[in-house]
Design a protein around this ligand. Structure first.
Ligand code: EPU
Length: 337
């Protein structure tokens, strides 16, 4: 176990923000993780996964534990189903590709989502009609305080829209070390109803897609709309789509008949924050080295050497403007550090 001092976190966060860690430790085995936690004895810690869902607005005055646990293996299988366990430090998209190579279905709609396997349950990642919870079986996590390992079932994770127990009641208490998935080997259940996927498959002239083709469609859609963090720093959707009451939605629709929406329940409707932000005139706006992406207004970007605080202030301006114009509160999806 090597602890380095004063380490730049720029390569380890997809926003590409140059914040520093007071100390930093690369964790590649569960044993090292447990040993490190034991020696730290209550000292401040910061757990870093894929760095794809955070905005660093300051240096980290703590020991950063960079979770790089690797490995993917089949732990059980029947004729139709397979149980796969992936370690927390595996890159999410590499894991999806591994599943597609083995023809294991369930995660194809979640292709190209930045981040690691271990952080996928924390915000219940989702895209194009599928959420992590749909394929999740359990995850193993270490309690930071006593170093005991606990296996969390799907129920215990309390998944919601970009939500889980790890962002709520148990925030900061556990480190996820692996995630176990239940996937299909045959009779894959395809989710191709999402408008953009249908159109993309039509464009490819595919009528009976395989899971690999669904993944290709998702990749094409994402590449056309979402910036690649390797080229332009970003954290995907910066805000969550707000869920409002039907009454409030009807009022909004009177003024803006073209507002898109998704029904959540008989009383609630989800409105795309990207649409609200575009209507408010922010789409494609650039301020020095940061701004709002020109193809998807839900994504804030770092064009070069932006400071985390600049992006945070832009986010606050967007939130205030949306509140003033539409009387809707939009919450950040990204963790502000
Ligand atoms: N829209 C606009 N302007 C924009 C962006 C979107 O008018 O600049 C409109 C679109 O025309 C469409 C609607 O908003 O009618 C929804 O847009 P899109 O399908 O792009 O999805 P989203 O609601 O903006 C969510 C997720 C994405 C996920 C996509 C596809 C959240 C916060 N974001 O975005 O997730 O890829 O659906 O399922 O729920 C992420 O979490 O980082 C992420 C990229």
């Amino acid at each position: 176990m090597t602890i380095e001092k004063n380490v730049s976190l720029q390569p380890f966060n997809t926003f590409g923000i140059d914040a520093k860690a007071a100390s930093y430790c690369n964790i590649s085995t569960v044993e090292t993780l447990i040993q490190t936690l034991k020696t730290q004895n209550g000292n401040p810690l910061f757990i870093l996964g894929g760095g794809s869902n955070m905005l660093l607005t300051k240096d980290i005055e703590a020991l950063v534990l960079h979770i790089n646990l690797k490995g993917i293996k089949v732990i059980d299988e029947t004729e139709n189903k397979v149980t796969v366990k992936a370690m927390a430090g595996e890159n999410w998209h590499q894991f999806v590709l591994w599943c597609l190579e083995h023809n294991y279905g369930g995660v194809e709609n979640l292709s190209l989502i930045p981040g690691n396997v271990g952080t996928s349950p924390i915000q219940n990642i989702g895209a194009y009609g599928v959420e992590l919870k749909d394929v999740f079986m359990s995850c193993d996590a270490i309690n930071i305080a006593d170093q005991n390992t606990k296996t969390f079932t799907k129920n215990e994770c309390k998944f919601g829209y970009r939500e889980s127990v790890f962002k709520q009641d148990l925030k900061g208490e556990y480190i996820i070390t692996s995630v176990t998935f239940e996937l299909t080997k045959t009779n894959h259940k395809l989710h191709t109803d999402y408008g953009a996927i249908k159109q993309q498959l039509e464009h490819f002239n595919i009528t009976e897609p395989t899971i690999q083709e669904v993944s290709k469609a998702v990749i094409a859609i994402r590449q056309s709309k979402l910036p690649d963090p390797k080229e332009i720093g970003n954290s995907g959707s910066f805000f969550k789509n707000p869920i409002i009451s039907i009454d409030q939605f009807k009022k909004l629709q009177e003024n803006f008949p073209d507002v898109p929406s998704y029904k959540v329940s008989d009383t609630k409707i989800k409105v795309p924050a990207g649409w609200l932000i575009e209507k408010a005139g922010f789409k494609g706006k650039r301020f020095n080295d940061y701004g709002v992406h020109n193809k998807q207004a839900l994504v804030l970007v770092n064009y070069g050497n932006a400071k985390g605080n600049d992006i945070f202030q832009l986010a606050q301006l967007i939130q205030k403007t949306i509140k003033r114009l539409f009387n809707i509160t939009i919450e950040t999806e990204v963790n502000i550090i």
